[in-house]
Design a binder for this molecule. Structure first.
Ligand code: NAD
Length: 467
């Protein structure tokens, strides 16, 4: 058993059970961590419930200071946290270091956010003010692609707004969350931040719990819908950041080399396991062959290996179930189109798939219509802009999207017609704590980040005084 512990009510505790964590680069367990029972999940909610009134009564300034202390602690522990991330998640160490730095930066930005009262009227006849009140106990449930960053996307705004939180990481990436818990223990009052783990069996229990006021969720659309259903009974507030099938529309006037590199980066960051990754590239017929060839070259040249090895650019798929799912997509892609780079799992231990470029696929093919969440990019030709906008929008998802052109104005006009929460021009996955992040359609409900995201961790209250 490792040194990792659950954080419940300010105490670092053993679990009622244990959980083996697989290193996806090796395909074997590298650490055993505590696994919480339903009893311990209830204890975490009870601890948050009893910590809430005291925490809600603190000043915003005091809560900001706690977030900054957490940011400092993360910065001090950055090397260890990055190695943990690479071992449990698979991403190259440089990207893991980037995730740790981002996490610190997001927390520092949250600490600058305001929750001001809005005074609607203040005159001889009366005073009306709109206030933001904390909600109570928040449950944060997250996926396995950015385990440290997304944990803090929940913890930061929740506690800044005056709530107490129970965070549950994905069962395949619990280690960085537990390491975060140990840091939080020395910073927050007991019960304000609680971190528990599971074997994919406590999510429904947490989301149905009557003492929980709000769920902040990042994960698949299917689970998001289950959460919305289970929170209906007690009318919990929910923020759902779900799946996506981001289109990139590449017009004929781009610089092919430069754009291919940017598209490649946007599609294969974190081995394609990014909610906002480019998941289908629509390329104008006039440059289709050249762009496919350039993307294939980049895919062939990419160094795919254990993220701990110097020089690795793309790591493994995070878990076995996803590895098998992506292989299913590869089979369908081979049937429907032409694989011009990659196309198979690597003959080695671990869950490695070489970056794959598939051309000559069409809308309606599985690799185009569904979210692959892995290192496989379909490239689809188009010749008419109106038609490609309609094709990009013919999806149940609407998370992100991008338009690529040397005519920025024209691209921005096309971008405004894409039905997605964020649409970029000549870039992709450009996000930050100061930029609201939301999904259209089945990609989500509500907003994260910026003041809009913070407001979702509060309840509006109107104070209306007659003078
Ligand atoms: P998932 O929905 O299977 O799991 C996510 C989390 O939900 C895990 O912690 C899991 O234990 C928990 N969970 C499972 N069943 C539950 C239930 N019934 N009630 C409550 N919680 C439950 O998702 P995944 O496969 O781990 O992640 C991949 C998906 O997440 C992709 O679709 C991806 O696009 C999406 N994602 C979205 C964002 C975003 O911000 N929009 C970010 C990362 C990932």
């Amino acid at each position: 058993m490792s040194d990792y512990r659950l954080l419940i009510g300010g105490e670092l505790l053993e679990g009622d059970d244990t959980l083996e964590v697989i290193n996806p680069a090796l395909g074997e367990a590298f650490v055993t961590v505590p696994r919480a029972s339903a009893r311990q999940a209830d204890a975490a909610i009870a601890a948050a419930k009893s910590a809430f009134p005291g925490w809600a009564a603190t000043t915003l300034e005091a809560r900001r200071a706690h977030l900054l202390r957490l940011a400092d602690a993360i910065a001090q522990d950055a090397d260890r946290l990055a190695r943990i991330l690479t071992q449990e998640q698979g991403k190259p160490l440089a990207e893991a270091q980037g995730e740790v730095a981002w996490t610190e930066g997001y927390l520092r930005h949250y600490a600058t956010l305001e929750l001001p009262d809005r005074v609607i009227q203040d005159d001889a006849s009366g005073y009306i003010a709109v206030k933001h009140k904390p909600l109570g106990v928040v449950v944060g449930i997250i996926a396995w692609n950015f385990p440290l960053l997304v944990a803090c996307w929940k913890i930061g705004p929740a506690v800044l707004a005056g709530n107490a939180i129970v965070l549950k990481p994905a069962p395949t990436t619990p280690v960085s969350a537990l390491a975060l818990g140990a840091l939080c223990r020395d910073i927050f009052p007991a019960g304000v931040v609680n971190i528990i783990t599971d074997a994919n069996d406590l999510g429904a229990h947490l989301t149905a719990h009557p003492d929980v006021a709000k769920i902040g969720f990042t994960g698949s659309t299917a689970t998001g819908k289950r959460i919305a259903a289970s929170s209906a009974d007690t009318l919990k507030r929910v923020t759902l950041e779900l799946g996506g099938n981001d289109p990139a529309i590449v017009l004929e006037d781009v610089d092919i080399r430069e754009t291919a590199q940017a598209i490649f980066n946007g599609a294969f960051l974190n081995a394609g396991q990014v909610c906002l990754a480019i998941k289908r590239a629509y390329v104008h017929q006039a440059i289709y062959d050249a762009m496919c060839a350039e993307l294939a070259r980049l895919a062939e040249e990419a160094i795919v290996d254990d993220g701990l090895k110097q020089g690795t650019q793309i790591g493994p798929i995070q878990n076995k179930a996803q590895f098998e799912k992506v292989q299913g997509f590869l089979e369908a892609a081979k049937r429907d189109g032409k694989v011009i780079a990659g196309g198979a799992a690597m003959e080695r231990a671990g869950y490695f798939i070489r970056p794959t470029i598939v051309r000559d696929v069409r809308d309606g093919d599985q690799i185009v219509d569904e979210e692959q969440f892995g290192p496989v990019l379909p490239v689809i030709p188009f010749s008419d802009v109106e038609e490609v906008i309609a094709r990009a929008n013919a999806s149940d998802y609407g998370l992100g999207g991008s338009v690529w052109s040397s005519d920025v104005e024209k691209a921005a006009d096309i971008a405004a017609r894409i039905e997605s929460g964020q649409v970029w021009v000549n870039q992709h996955i450009a996000i930050g704590p100061h930029i609201p992040m939301a999904g259209f359609k089945n990609s989500g409900l509500g907003v994260e980040q910026a003041s809009e995201g913070l407001a979702e961790y509060t309840q509006l209250q109107v104070i209306n005084v007659k003078r």
